[in-house]
Design a protein around this ligand. Structure first.
Ligand code: NAD
Length: 519
């Protein structure tokens, strides 16, 4: 149908004759190929997941926790093999593969598996006026959650969403990125080896058309992580089918460096936040607003730290920055850097793709940037950090908020109070003071964006609850006999009673109201 056809534009040249080819970005070596699952196969996967979910939902939290922790243990056992595959299929350095992917995934799974019992426990509701009644919310699993993920964190993102879905009692069908399908299949094979119900978690490999087919198969929820443009199509497709969805889209994280910042810490944080995972992070530092009092010192340290980064073979333990996973990002970086220089920015270091095999673009620092430059407005998703000098923090906050995206933001100051005050004024889903990146990967904080960065939350109590239908049960605490005062039949008496209640309860300093509050 039309929806499937519209996904064709998301193809990225890796697909041919019914298969997706996976290759190593650092060497160009072909690693394998996987099938593009047909719409019928996707429908079948959702149906099987739906059947498996019935038995899973009937288990207690403790029983589900036991099984999920077996998967966690198996992932820990297989950590080295997973790191090797992540290094090969994504070109990311070993430390990043271990910390950002394996450790973050295991931590998330552990957290949701052990906390779900408390977070999803029925929540009692006290009635302010109708004292004779009570209610509670219970969180029921939605059913089958469709998870669609990008290529930049091909283990953590699927594990985060699938882990939360399962911990809440759902089944999950994962459509991983066509750029990194092998890791998703490895997660499924570890899951199967750990002995969890086979159909409860399934992977359907393929391209955009497979993702569209997953929505078309009408799961009970979609958790989508990817680009803003794709997110619009996915949200529209979900809207047509009234499928609830969570949208984790792009980012353009600003870093505000105040006059009183610890310049050395800010510089190291920005370099890590800008170049980790070769800048292919939705929460990468993509705009630096440095107070004029510290700008020059900061720039000097940023230049030195960036130039000292060791880029190359991701399998080497000494490599800081690996390859670009998805080649299009090199073209984007080249275009945005050229445009910035043409409009007056200065290239401090980097700025070139590396010749030879593999997809490498140097960590690049630009100074003298202006808010209207494309590099300050469009998502780069590559190793480029543009810096701009600002007069004061007011200007910094104004410019930080001058964006259609609002995923994450950073503030650097030695004054904790000032940090919190500024952070609260930045329109972003998460703002970190004196730190970078980590809140996007810890299970405790609800993660997600505002404005075009999306809606809904993954992670935290909010993320786990979004995996559930919110259902209310209300019941009579004290029996009022056969009839409530406002039921049929109506009459003058009913009206007078309601009018009296209105006055008694909502007048200022109403003694009746105060009395009710005591109970
Ligand atoms: P993408 O939007 O091209 O693809 C994401 C996924 O959507 C892939 O699995 C793809 O096959 C699938 N897809 C494509 N068309 C579809 C359709 N019509 N229906 C259903 N599924 C479809 O994104 P990408 O290039 O893989 O990833 C990079 C983007 O992801 C960046 O913009 C980045 O900011 C964003 N991202 C956001 C977060 C976050 O948490 N907010 C995290 C990582 C990446």
């Amino acid at each position: 149908m039309g929806l499937v056809a519209s996904a064709e534009s998301s193809g990225n040249g890796r697909t041919r004759a019914g298969v997706v080819v996976s290759y190593a970005p650092a060497t160009g070596e072909v690693l394998g190929e996987v099938p593009i699952r047909s719409a019928a196969e996707v429908r079948d996967a959702v149906e099987r997941a739906r059947r498996a979910q019935q038995a899973w939902a009937a288990l207690s939290f403790e029983e589900r926790r036991g099984q999920l922790l077996r998967w966690r243990d198996a992932l820990v056992e297989r950590a080295e093999a997973l790191v090797d595959l992540l290094v090969r299929e994504c070109g990311k350095p070993r430390v990043e593969a271990l910390v950002h992917e394996v450790l973050a995934s295991v931590n998330h799974l552990d957290w949701v598996a052990t906390r779900a019992v408390r977070i999803l426990a029925p929540r009692e509701i006290e009635m302010a006026l109708l004292k004779h009644r009570r209610a509670y919310v219970h969180y029921a699993p939605r059913g089958v959650v469709g998870v669609i993920t990008p290529w930049n964190f091909p283990m953590f993102m699927p594990m985060r969403d699938v882990g939360s879905a399962l911990a809440a009692g759902n089944a999950a069908v994962l459509k991983p990125s066509e750029v990194t399908p092998l890791i998703a299949l490895e997660l499924k094979s570890v899951y199967d080896e750990a002995g969890l119900p086979p159909d409860l978690f399934q992977v359907v490999t393929g391209d955009g058309s497979t993702g569209a087919a997953l929505i078309d198969a009408k799961p009970d929820m979609i958790v989508f992580t990817g680009a803003v443009a794709t997110g619009r199509r996915v949200a529209a497709a979900c809207g047509e089918r009234l499928i609830p969805c969570t949208m984790e889209l792009g980012g353009k994280a600003p870093a505000i460096v105040c006059a009183d910042a610890d310049v050395e810490r800010a510089a190291r944080a920005i370099v890590t936040g800008g170049f980790a995972n070769c800048g292919q992070v939705c929460v990468s530092v993509e705009r630096v607003f440095a107070h004029e009092a510290v700008h020059d010192r900061l720039l000097e340290r940023l230049r030195a730290l960036t130039a000292a980064l060791r880029q190359g073979d991701p399998a080497s333990p000494d490599t800081d920055v690996g390859a670009i996973i998805f080649p299009r990002q090199i073209a984007v970086a080249e275009e945005l850097v050229a445009d910035a220089i043409a409009h007056g920015a200065r290239l401090e270091t980097g700025g070139k793709r590396r010749p030879g095999p593999g997809q490498f673009y140097e960590p690049t620092l630009l100074s003298g940037c202006q808010p209207d430059m494309r590099v300050m407005r469009e998502e780069i998703f590559g190793p480029v950090v543009p810096v701009m000098k600002v007069r004061d923090e007011e200007e910094a906050v104004r410019l930080a908020n001058d964006s259609e995206l609002g995923l994450m933001a950073y503030v650097f100051t030695k004054d904790r109070e000032r940090g919190r005050r500024l952070a609260e004024r930045v329109r972003a889903g998460v703002v970190m003071v004196n730190d970078v990146l980590s809140d996007a990967a810890v299970p405790e904080t609800p993660f997600g964006g505002v404005r075009n960065s999306g809606f809904g939350r993954v992670g935290g109590e909010e993320g786990l609850r979004e995996m559930c239908e919110v259902r209310v049960v209300s019941y009579d605490r004290i029996a009022l006999g056969v009839r409530e005062p406002t039921w049929f039949p109506y009459g003058e008496k009913t009206y007078r009673l309601a009018r009296g209640a209105l006055r008694l309860l909502f007048r200022r300093r109403s003694p009746v109201r105060r009395l009710l509050e005591l109970f």
